[in-house]
Ligand binder design. Structure first.
Ligand code: B12
Ligand code: SF4
Ligand code: SF4
Length: 378
């Protein structure tokens, strides 16, 4: 088999099916990454969303019989919305990060990997492969870096010279001995804009993230948001793009190569108030197709409440009172209580006092107290 020719054929095919970038890597163990993952774990810097088994994450032979190469792919996603709706008093809006615009990228990247797999199969019947995107064992960024897709930026993202860091990554382990591509030279240089712009100091140093402080992670948690972060999250409902938006390598980068990635602005920048009382069914119908809804409606609703507090949205007081009094979930009731205190006003204060005499849940009572403290500070 002429693997050099096959590699060329695969590259041509990948272009025909709309894969924006492809690279080939060895399937050797990821030894540096292994040390890094262990260290991150020791420091308590991981998010908990990573695949748990570090050996499997860094040793392809543990998850695939006799791996010979890994094919990495990248799909470029848009960074600008056409005519985004503008939020205003009485109609405030929240934000889903760009990685959640359009149809869930897990589906879109998977489709490309499946097509690529079918093509390789048609060329080499004895080919075996295992593909993954995001939820698989391997670290997608480490694979992409090794395959020369881009370099690992100080903001942790893989940055491609062509599409900036606004790319989704996926890969396929194979039993075919392709010639590996070369690593790309690091191009951050002296820049440190991302480190300076991160609202929570989550980037401990270039290329090292304390995920527990990263707003992207925090928007995806289901419990109460720690106080420290409630003023930092702003109107983000899912994810955070700050360290990518400030990156000079993303300047002017905005690719619309995939119609399925186009944002529906009413969903990616939705009105906040209707989210407070949305039913499970409505939520699934309206938001279920996007990656940002994977944790269900609770974190999004909690973040929407915090966003309304961020805007000090007086028009939302009535709805927030209803939620504080009637929602069955303590996190939602408590966050609404805190938000009412932050927004202020007589109606909010009276509702908090009334709730204080009736509420049974200890965590919610703590939030009611926090809400009332805003009034004593006035
Ligand atoms: C867990 C996870 C998160 C966590 C933790 C992120 C993190 N930086 O670790 C949270 C929830 C915070 C998160 C947020 C985001 N994520 Co995320 N996430 C993942 C996931 C599932 C695992 C990542 C992981 O293993 N992290 C552990 C760290 C240690 O490794 P890493 O950053 O992945 O790998 C690099 C470092 O290890 C570094 N490294 C290794 N050794 C050493 C040694 C030294 C000295 C240094 C400096 C560096 C270094 O090199 C590796 C390659 O770049 C991957 C999918 C996957 N299976 O890999 C997606 C993934 C990384 N996420 C992705 C995206 C898009 C995001 C967000 C942009 C989403 C958003 N808009 O909110 C943010 C970006 C936040 C950020 N600054 O990193 C994309 C990244 C695409 C890209 N171009 O890089 C991925 C690859 C999903 C995908 N398949 O497309 N994510
Ligand atoms: S995603 Fe946001 S919070 Fe996380 S490192 Fe980047 S700027 Fe900081
Ligand atoms: S902002 Fe600067 S330092 Fe950070 S990733 Fe971009 S180029 Fe690198």
């Amino acid at each position: 088999m002429d693997y050099r020719q096959l590699k060329e054929d695969i590259i041509s095919y990948s272009k025909r099916i709309g894969i924006d970038k492809i690279g080939f890597a060895s399937a050797d163990p990821f030894s540096e990454l292994k040390n890094r993952l262990i260290r991150q774990q020791e420091l308590g810097y991981q998010s908990g969303f990573e695949h748990k088994n570090i050996d499997e994450r860094t040793e392809p032979s543990l998850i695939f019989d006799q791996p010979r190469s890994i094919i990495a792919i990248a799909l470029a996603y848009p960074s600008r919305m056409e005519e985004p709706p503008i939020g205003k008093k009485g109609a405030r809006r929240g934000l889903f990060a760009r990685a959640s615009w359009g149809i869930d990228y897990h589906v879109l990247v998977r489709e490309k990997l499946e097509q690529l797999g079918a093509y390789i199969d048609s060329c080499v019947p004895e080919a075996r492969f295992k593909w993954m995107v995001d939820t698989g064992e391997l670290a997608d960024r480490a694979v992409a870096e090794r395959a020369g897709i881009g370099w690992s930026g100080k903001n942790c993202s893989i940055i491609t010279p062509e599409f900036g860091s606004f790319v989704y990554l996926g890969e396929m382990i194979t039993n075919l001995p392709f010639e590996p591509d070369e690593l790309m030279e690091e191009q951050c240089g002296e820049c440190r804009k991302c480190l300076d712009a991160c609202p929570t100091g989550a980037l401990v140093q270039g290329g090292q993230l304390n995920a527990q402080r990263c707003i992207s992670f925090l928007t995806q948690t289901k419990d109460f948001l720690p106080d420290e972060f409630r003023t930092k999250i702003g109107n983000r409902l899912y994810g955070c793009d700050t360290c990518q938006v400030v990156c000079p390598k993303n300047k002017g980068v905005d690719f619309h190569n995939h119609p399925d990635m186009e944002p529906y602005s009413e969903v990616t920048k939705p009105l906040l108030q209707p989210l407070l009382k949305i039913s499970n069914r409505e939520f699934k119908e309206k938001y279920g197709f996007m990656s940002g809804s994977w944790r269900g409606k609770k974190p999004i609703q909690r973040n929407a409440i915090i966003a309304l507090a961020h805007f000090k949205e007086e028009e939302a007081v009535g709805d927030l009172v209803d939620v504080m009094n009637g929602d069955p979930r303590p996190v939602i009731r408590g966050t609404a209580a805190w938000a009412l205190g932050k927004i202020g006003g007589v109606e909010a204060e009276n509702a908090l006092l009334e709730a204080k005499s009736r509420e049974q849940d200890e965590d919610v009572l703590i939030e009611i107290e926090k809400g009332l403290q805003f009034f004593s500070k006035e």
